[in-house]
Design a protein around this ligand. Structure first.
Ligand SMILES: NC(=O)c1ccc[n+]([C@@H]2O[C@H](COP(=O)([O-])OP(=O)(O)OC[C@H]3O[C@@H](n4cnc5c(N)ncnc54)[C@H](O)[C@@H]3O)[C@@H](O)[C@H]2O)c1
Length: 351
């Protein structure tokens, strides 16, 4: 039986928000897009025309939209520091909230958002869309099926010379760590089924970088169960590029799993380099991927009253790891997650 559609207001229809409104929120089988909001009039016009949203449903503030239309939920695709303002307004009106990543501009705002969701008995979901690619879901399935035996340690490389001239990333502090590595740390948690418990980070700005702050990062993490996982990246690196999801090596007792050059590879090799093999694994078919998947999970959470696997409560472990990285880089020391988010509630990983 088809369920009635939920009513959605989308805030932020700029760079990423324009793609959201044109391809996903206005086309959703779960939601009717009842209003769009942006503080830049040209962005509102362009998005309204692309998604066929009439002028009377385009607003310059969320407050104005809430006063004019009935809705069930708000999606905010605005700069991270704005998410808290939209969450306060939406929860205050009894609506459910989905934010783009990173959940907020700082850990205090993120905690407040979690508390508001709890106090108002509403769903808070973070659109960590990178988790929902065929490659990442396949790596997760292979690891948990035991394709490489006991999992021992991992590494990820991320090198892309991105240019965000004119966007908030050009001037923000720790652009790679906060705005991009949030995806990578979230995927590491999703694939391994383990939270990050400790972070030691060195953040840097290569001499040639066009960012005001650090687009470079070397980071060592410890996952639950004492598993080391290293990360190396530069968002201003010219030369050979990785995928946006990073290039991965997951090392197990009987082999290694890789995501490299957009291919999933399963490596085997016995002691002294005997019988070396490298098999390409086809990605699993997915019913929904990327933001289509996260928007559907948001609808399911609202309808069932059960938190999504990308709930705010889950996301605090990814965002907390990012913020532990920031603190580690600033203070030049190892930072434990519990310093940032309090005691970690272990989810029970699959071994
Ligand atoms: N998941 C992904 O793959 C992905 C990709 C890109 C961006 N993002 C995230 O999406 C968010 C937005 O990034 P972007 O690249 O679209 O930024 P952007 O600067 O291109 O667009 C942000 C839009 O928000 C609008 N805005 C700012 N303050 C507002 C307010 N108070 N009310 C309504 N609108 C407001 C701006 O006018 C602009 O149109 C960020 O959290 C970013 O990290 C996610």
């Amino acid at each position: 039986m088809n369920q009635p559609k939920l009513r959605l207001i989308q805030c932020g229809v700029g760079g990423h928000g324009f793609g959201w409104v044109r391809d996903t929120s206005s086309q959703s089988p779960d939601f009717d897009l009842v209003a769009i909001v942006d503080v830049v009039p040209d962005n509102l016009t362009k998005a309204g025309e692309a998604a066929d949203i009439p002028e009377e449903r385009r607003f310059h503030s969320l407050e104005a939209a809430l006063a004019a239309v009935d809705a069930d939920a708000v999606l905010t695709v605005t700069p991270p520091a704005v998410h808290i303002e939209h969450a306060r307004l939406a929860f205050g009106h009894g609506l459910h909230v989905m934010t783009e990543k990173p959940i907020a501009g700082n850990i205090e705002d993120a905690r407040e958002m979690l508390q508001l969701a709890r106090d108002n008995n509403r769903q808070l979901v973070v659109s960590q869309n990178y988790r929902y690619s065929a490659a990442i879901q396949t790596l997760k399935a292979l690891l948990h099926e035991g394709a490489i035996g006991e999992f021992g340690h991992g590494h990820m490389d991320f090198y892309i010379p991105a240019d965000f001239t004119g966007s908030f990333r050009e001037t923000m502090e720790f652009p790679l760590l906060v705005d991009m590595a949030i995806h990578h740390l979230d995927m590491i948690r999703a694939v391994t089924g383990r939270n990050i418990v400790k972070v030691t980070a060195q953040s840097f700005r290569p001499s040639w970088s066009w960012y005001q702050h650090d687009p470079g990062l070397k980071m060592l993490m410890e996952l639950e169960g004492g598993i080391p996982f290293s990360y190396s990246g530069d968002w201003s690196a010219r030369g050979r590029i990785t995928s946006w999801s990073g290039d991965w090596r997951l090392q197990g007792e009987s082999g290694s799993l890789h995501y490299e050059g957009h291919k999933i590879l399963l490596g085997r090799c016995e002691k002294w380099m005997k019988n070396e093999t490298l098999e390409t694994v086809e990605p699993l078919p997915l019913e929904r991927s990327g933001v289509q998947a996260t928007l559907h999970l948001f609808a399911e959470a609202i309808r069932s009253g059960m938190p999504a696997e990308i709930s705010g409560e889950d996301n605090i472990h990814s965002f907390g790891a990012v913020m532990a990285g920031v603190q580690s880089a600033q203070e030049n020391r190892t930072v434990e997650l519990r310093e940032i988010i309090g005691e970690i509630h272990h989810r029970g990983h699959r071994e």
